[in-house]
Write a protein that binds this ligand. Structure first.
Ligand SMILES: *[C@@H]1O[C@H](CO)[C@@H](O)[C@H](O)[C@H]1NC(C)=O
Ligand SMILES: *[C@@H]1O[C@H](CO)[C@@H](O)[C@H](O)[C@H]1NC(C)=O
Ligand SMILES: *[C@@H]1O[C@H](CO)[C@@H](O)[C@H](O)[C@H]1NC(C)=O
Ligand SMILES: *[C@@H]1O[C@H](CO)[C@@H](O)[C@H](O)[C@H]1NC(C)=O
Ligand SMILES: *[C@@H]1O[C@H](CO)[C@@H](O)[C@H](O)[C@H]1NC(C)=O
Ligand SMILES: *[C@@H]1O[C@H](CO)[C@@H](O)[C@H](O)[C@H]1NC(C)=O
Ligand SMILES: *[C@@H]1O[C@H](CO)[C@@H](O)[C@H](O)[C@H]1NC(C)=O
Length: 235
């Protein structure tokens, strides 16, 4: 495919950040046709739940006998592994076949790709992140491609971390992108689903979406998210 204006747009946007004018916001309520999403449209029950400090998505799902991913999608959780103490979650109506798996990123330790298509190229570290998690879960690339990237950030270069070392929250990691590749970029308002659902539907990585939305907090989910899609090699 030839590079159109939208493809080139990402290259500009990546340089100047997210503040510049974007195409009109598109409502996002799309679930991937690939993968194994069991319940496409989960209704809310009339129950809400306030997250306790020791809760995980799995403990809450088990408490109400609902699928962890049904709970995650109804509440538009960007990363179902992150919950915030005292946030209110809507409990879904119980599905015949609860979906516990399809909203989570795959921990692909067999990743072979060494670069991503397009960008963005800078990922900001979240609590608990390791090189292994960033590479294999968030971007589906090899850990070595990050560690051996010659244009890596000063933080990573100086630390030279082991792949399971927990990194410092708020520091940055550079993600190598494939030569002559680009994505289309737009703002989407997420009304249902998780970032992994979007990533699966559009063949991009969750890391790419996360890195476009620095500081994004799923409790503010009504704000539009910058997303990339249609990532291709330009040659
Ligand atoms: C919630 O729904 C259940 C079953 O439909 C009903 O019995 C209950 O009264 C409802 N509770 C509230 C607070 O509306
Ligand atoms: C979590 O903490 C609450 C009190 O804050 C307590 O009642 C509950 O038993 C704890 N659950 C687990 C699984 O530790
Ligand atoms: C959650 O709410 C409880 C009770 O209001 C409060 O004591 C606690 O500090 C809150 N936790 C956070 C992280 O805001
Ligand atoms: C991902 O796989 C690695 C290697 O097997 C393992 O050490 C790590 O704990 C896994 N991460 C998660 C979140 O399951
Ligand atoms: C990861 O990338 C490989 C090819 O490098 C691909 O076959 C696989 O489907 C990808 N996995 C995910 C979860 O995107
Ligand atoms: C998905 O994107 C990857 C690059 O990120 C590419 O290698 C792969 O061919 C794409 N798959 C499809 C089905 O388009
Ligand atoms: C997200 O928002 C919640 C609720 O306002 C807050 O407790 C939490 O600290 C925020 N997290 C981040 C990473 O900003």
């Amino acid at each position: 495919m030839l590079p159109g204006p939208n493809k080139l747009f990402l290259l500009t946007a990546a340089l100047f950040g997210h503040a510049m004018a974007l195409p009109a916001t598109v409502d996002y309520y799309v679930l991937p046709s690939t993968g194994s999403v069991l319940n496409l449209d989960v209704a809310a029950s009339n129950i809400t739940y306030t997250v306790q400090g020791n809760d995980t998505i799995h403990t809450i799902a088990a408490k109400y006998n609902v699928g962890a991913c049904d709970l995650a999608r109804l509440n538009v959780l960007s990363d179902p592994n992150f919950l915030y103490e005292n946030e209110t979650l809507r409990i879904p109506a119980r599905a015949t076949f609860p979906d516990d798996y399809s909203c989570f990123s795959t921990n692909n330790t067999d990743a072979t790709a060494t670069c991503i298509y397009g960008g963005p190229h800078v990922y900001t570290i979240l609590p608990g992140d390791t090189i292994q998690k960033i590479a294999n879960e968030r971007y589906n690339i090899t850990t070595d491609s990050i560690l051996s990237f010659t244009a890596q950030t000063g933080y990573i270069a100086a630390l030279n971390p082991g792949i399971y070392d927990v990194l410092e929250t708020g520091q940055t990691v550079k993600i190598p992108s494939c030569d002559n590749s680009a994505c289309t970029m737009a703002d989407f308002t997420f009304t249902y689903g998780t970032l992994q659902d979007f990533a699966t539907a559009y063949n991009v990585s969750v890391g790419q979406i996360m890195s476009l939305n620095l500081g994004y907090n799923h409790t503010d989910y009504i704000a539009p998210l910058g997303v990339v899609y249609d990532c291709t090699l330009l040659d």
